[in-house]
Design a protein. Structure first.
Length: 165
């Protein structure tokens, strides 16, 4: 697994997205094997459950944190314990540190959520659908970064049980 403390430039062009709500990609379909691995890794994070979203489009799945898990930035969660969600097209809404969000945007992996500034959450981004396993490694790093930012933990992607090294 590559060291992703600095994000590589994304090789694919940015997908078209709706610029308002629902904030989703246009015309992107997930690659079944990559999408299955995205779900497997995301829900292997400690204390994360796969729940129906309470805030996103129909069919989106929440990354729901266990209710008794202490959070260092719980105010960044918009609804319940849903710190992120995966859309049916494989893209995600997550909250990163503002610095990491700017890096993800600059390197082509994400774009700012249209209401991020209005609600004072400059780290809330849409992360584009991973289209191959190499892209999935970067997207999963961003999911872990979001998890660590909200929970205050220091999980490393390679530490997730069953994840290929």
């Amino acid at each position: 697994m590559a060291d992703l403390t600095v994000l590589p430039k994304r090789k694919r062009p940015r997908p078209q997205t709706h610029k308002w709500m629902p904030h989703t990609q246009i015309g992107i379909k997930p690659v079944p094997d990559v999408n299955a691995e995205l779900y497997r890794r995301a829900y292997a994070l400690p204390d994360v459950r796969n729940e129906p979203t309470q805030i996103s489009v129909p069919g989106a799945r929440a990354l729901w944190l266990r209710e008794d898990l202490p959070l260092v930035r719980g105010e960044l969660i918009l609804v319940g314990r849903e710190f992120a969600h995966i859309h049916p097209d494989g893209s995600l809404h997550i909250t990163l540190s503002p610095e990491r969000a700017r890096e993800a945007i600059a390197s082509g992996w994400a774009e700012m959520h249209p209401i991020a500034e209005q609600i004072g959450n400059e780290g809330m981004v849409l992360v584009y659908t991973p289209m191959d396993m190499e892209e999935l490694d970067v997207v999963f790093q961003l999911i872990v970064d979001s998890y660590n930012f909200v929970t205050g933990r220091s999980i490393e992607p390679a530490s997730i049980e069953g994840k290929p090294a």
